[in-house]
Design a protein around this ligand. Structure first.
Ligand SMILES: [Zn+2]
Length: 215
């Protein structure tokens, strides 16, 4: 009888004393956060009705994860911890640097190029450093920083506290055939350049500059 009672109590106790759930307010720490623009949409949109369900310019959703995954792979190989997130994600992140990866699309085409978005004045030195680095390689125009509200008011900035910088990086205009032809084979190379940039910004990992793209 005692045995029977003992066994029957076990499932009962498990029901009334569940394991504590992680707090929704928990802050997740990493050296770097890398977000792939539009990745996971439209499937993730219903869970985040406060976000505009922007699917990006044609081809963008395929390219941003390639850049993000390559940057993440390289940074981790150099001992940098990376929070790799899709377009819509829960929680708040405390990092040294955050980069949200995008490509632009315009109508009429070929009126845009590469660009950088940030919300805080203290992010400007990082934006300038990325502009200087990417302009060594990117043979098309740069738009002014924060040339659209989607850049300066990017929704992802609200979910990250970044010691050095939080940037939206648009690598170029995919809707422009000449830029697209340059960008398409360089997605992994973009990731390698971004890994180098982020490593240099946070002073960790010493990821080398990949140098000019080679097929
Ligand atoms: Zn985008």
């Amino acid at each position: 009888m005692l045995f029977a009672l003992g066994f029957s109590l076990v499932p009962f106790l498990m029901v009334i004393a569940p394991a504590p759930l992680p707090s929704v307010a928990a802050v997740i720490q990493a050296d770097v956060l890398i977000g792939a623009g539009h990745e996971g949409r439209p499937q993730s949109c219903p869970q985040f009705p406060q976000h505009k369900c922007n699917l990006g310019t044609p081809g963008e959703r395929e390219l941003t994860p390639v850049v993000a995954d390559e940057a993440t792979r390289i940074l981790r190989a150099y001992g940098v911890t990376v929070a790799r997130v899709p377009a819509d994600f829960p929680g708040h992140y405390a990092v040294d640097a955050a980069a949200f990866i995008h490509f632009d699309g315009t109508e009429p085409v070929c009126r845009s190029g590469a660009s950088i978005g940030y919300h805080r004045p203290e992010d400007k030195p990082a934006a300038d450093a990325w502009h200087t680095l990417y302009a060594k390689y990117f043979p098309f125009r740069f738009q002014p920083d924060n040339f659209t509200l989607n850049l300066s008011q990017y929704y992802g900035f609200r979910q990250v506290t970044a010691r050095d910088s939080a940037l939206v990086i648009e690598f170029g205009e995919l809707s422009c055939p000449a830029q697209r032809a340059w960008l398409a084979p360089r997605a992994k190379w973009d990731g390698a350049l971004l890994a180098h940039f982020l490593s240099a910004r946070i002073g960790k990992g010493k990821v080398p500059d990949p140098g000019p793209f080679r097929r």
